[in-house]
Ligand binder design. Structure first.
Ligand code: HEM
Length: 474
């Protein structure tokens, strides 16, 4: 409906010598002052609505159908929103809450106020950086299983690496959250149901724009109900098994249950336990899968960077399989992951709803307005990053650091991603284990198109061919 108001998305991509400008949507050049067109365009793809002038350090405000939308694209003002005025801007947008409430209930990702405070410290504790080494063997084992599977394919075989990375990170988070007993079939069923849930919901809640401050509930179609029931039933079974002492004692669900047993005042009933387990599962795999997929795309084109990565792995690990203890020494691998997160932040939009009136820079913000921080824009703002559309992992090497609050793929402030260390470690170790053995090449002629739904992925996946690295090249 109204498709004629939407514009096709043009994509730019350039590779010249050792200079790579990977795929991104061209600047929007639709007629100004047509907010409805903009809203419809955003519904198709949120990355294609930005004009050249939006890539500046500034705060601006527009109205769509009477609703104020404030865009904050300056590091100091981002700090103001997410740190100084956290209490006023902690609330997720009605779009996000409505899109996920059916699946996650009051899970951390979409809760606020007292529930958020209480659950945040609980989840923090469970995925905290100190616990990451305990999950290292799960990451190493799962990535090594993928090496084995890829090894069984003929050289030059074509794979969809988005699909592969989604399977890899889902398996890692599934083993970490639910333990090893879940079994392949149930793990696949949960992952498939999460994917189909994402594809079935609409992330632009039109109800909000026509006056409903809380947005309107998402229509619970029979297929949506089926996906949710499948996920809830499987998670409930895992929780019941753990409660009956039949679960894996090193899993995150077990940690949740033990915390509840030690602190009964938390009041985590069956539904709350399920909501938090589902939240960690959802938040903890899509994002890392997207990061790894984009990293493969970048390395497949920038072969001079791929060589640095491969040489470094050989230098640090020799012939043995990389482990999480190597991660601090894998500088190029970490720089590639950081540069990937800058160019393709898996969560390209952070959307908040103002509780009360406020003032951001010189903009008066009305209660219930939508406040947007868009890492996609921020990370490509020329005054913050030189040659912002270019792939240059060197920006993250040595003492080079982006300006505070200019690089925020994990958000920032009290709502910063609690799984940041887990996700970074997982991305680096998976990249190192796979890149030690394989080079990936984009299918000839394939046009990569960044596409934003809840996360930022290449549209239609990423078809690549798989090439085993010869002993001589290691
Ligand atoms: C490269 C990987 C990852 C990226 C880029 C990422 C990014 C983010 C971002 C941007 C947010 C804030 C969203 C918002 O404010 O709207 C977030 C929240 C969250 N992430 Fe991650 N994440 C990653 C991996 C993980 C992992 C591995 C876990 C768990 C093991 C995790 C668990 C969470 C949770 C529970 C929240 C909600 C926190 C809250 O609302 O207080 N994330 N993540």
């Amino acid at each position: 409906m109204l498709g004629w108001l939407q514009r096709p998305v043009n994509i730019s991509e350039k590779l010249e010598g050792h200079d790579f400008e990977p795929a991104h949507a061209d600047y929007y050049d639709g007629k100004p002052n047509r907010p409805l067109n903009l809203l419809l365009q955003a519904r198709t793809d949120f990355l294609s609505v930005w004009r050249t002038g939006d890539f500046k350090e500034k705060v601006s405000s527009i109205r769509i159908l009477g609703r104020q939308i404030v865009l904050v694209n300056s590091p100091d003002l981002i700090r103001y929103v997410v740190v100084n005025r956290h209490d006023n801007f902690e609330r997720k947008s009605p779009q996000m809450r409505r899109a996920l409430e059916y699946l996650l209930g009051d899970g951390l990702f979409i809760s606020d106020g007292e529930t958020w405070k209480q659950r945040r410290s609980l989840v923090n504790d469970i995925v905290h950086r100190n616990r990451v080494p305990a999950f290292g063997p799960v990451m190493e084992k799962t990535a090594s299983e993928m090496v084995e599977r890829w090894n069984s394919m003929p050289d030059g075989a074509e794979i969809n690496v988005l699909h592969e990375m989604a399977g890899l990170t889902a398996e890692i988070i599934s083993r970490s959250v639910f333990g090893n007993q879940l079994g392949r079939e149930s793990a696949d069923a949960i992952t498939d149901s999460f994917s189909s849930y994402q594809s079935l919901i609409d992330s632009v809640n039109l109800g909000y724009f026509i006056g409903f401050d809380e947005g309107l509930p998402v229509l619970r179609t029979p297929s949506l109900k089926r996906s949710v029931k499948r996920i809830h039933d499987l998670i409930d079974k895992v929780v019941e098994d753990h409660l009956a002492g039949r679960g894996d004692h090193s899993s995150m669900v077990d940690l949740l249950i033990r915390r509840q047993q030690r602190n009964p005042e938390l009041n985590l009933d069956m539904v709350a336990l399920r909501n938090e387990a589902a939240t960690i599962f959802m938040a903890g795999h899509e994002t890392t899968a997207a990061t790894l997929t984009w990293a493969w795309y970048l390395l497949s084109q920038a072969t001079w960077v791929e060589k640095q990565v491969q040489d470094e792995i050989a230098r640090v690990c020799g012939d043995r399989v990389p482990t999480v203890d190597d991660v601090p020494k894998l500088d190029w691998c970490r720089a590639v992951i950081n540069e990937t997160l800058r160019l393709y932040p898996p969560v390209p939009i952070l959307a908040r709803q103002a509780k009360e009136k406020d003032r951001i820079g010189d903009i008066d913000v009305a209660p219930a307005s939508l406040v947007l921080i868009v890492p996609w824009l921020l990370h490509r703002t020329p005054s913050l990053f030189e040659q912002p559309h270019h792939f240059k992992p060197e920006r993250f090497l040595g003492d080079n650091r982006p300006k505070p609050y200019s690089f925020i793929p994990f958000a920032s402030g009290p709502r910063v991603c609690p799984g940041q260390h887990f996700g970074e470690t997982e991305a680096v170790i998976c990249l190192a284990i796979l890149a030690q053995k394989f080079s990936l090449r984009l299918r000839q002629g394939h046009k990569v198109e960044p596409h934003c739904r809840l996360t930022l992925r290449p549209k239609g996946g990423l078809p690549v061919t798989l090439h085993r690295r010869g002993a001589s090249s290691q």
